[in-house]
Design a protein around this ligand. Structure first.
Ligand code: SF4
Length: 151
């Protein structure tokens, strides 16, 4: 089901919850410090791609739209489409998905153990259910589908 099919209030509530989850994650007393080195954004090199729940994908897609873009930029080298190669910048850094905040980047402190953030993962899953998502999906697919729904 497309994000267009949700009542604005229901969608708004879901997106607010995703953003609260990101804030709650940042406030957890876990040593972690993203230095924006963007090494983890090179999916093909790392062999790992973040998986997004529906709420995360909608937040990311809206952030991309706010930059004036309507579709995912193509990165021929297999890096994240949100990565601006020439500047080494994430186009949606403040709205980057949960996986970008928690995964394996050694420079940022290594991956968070699932049990440390399980309550937050459950909350993302609840939002996914509320938005009739299909569970976590690969970054590009999840965001591209939402962008398609927004057209
Ligand atoms: S969304 Fe941003 S932080 Fe996450 S992998 Fe893509 S470029 Fe990197």
């Amino acid at each position: 089901m497309s994000s267009r099919n949700f009542l604005p209030q229901k969608l708004q509530t879901a997106l607010e919850e995703v953003r609260r989850i990101y804030v709650d994650l940042a406030q957890q007393p876990i040593q972690r410090n993203c230095l924006r080195k963007t090494e983890c954004c090179h999916f093909k090199l790392t062999g790992r791609t973040p998986y997004l729940t529906k709420g995360e994908a909608v937040v990311a897609a809206k952030a991309l739209r706010a930059t004036g873009r309507k579709s995912l930029p193509a990165n021929a080298d297999g890096s994240c489409p949100m990565l601006q190669q020439e500047r080494g910048n994430c186009l949606i850094y403040e709205d980057r998905p949960f996986g970008c905040r928690t995964h394996f980047c050694a420079a940022a402190g290594g991956p968070l153990a699932r049990r440390e953030v399980l309550d937050l993962i459950r909350r993302l899953e609840d939002v996914d259910l509320a938005l009739k998502g299909n569970g976590p999906r690969p970054f590009q697919n999840a965001v591209a589908d939402v962008l398609g729904d927004m057209r």
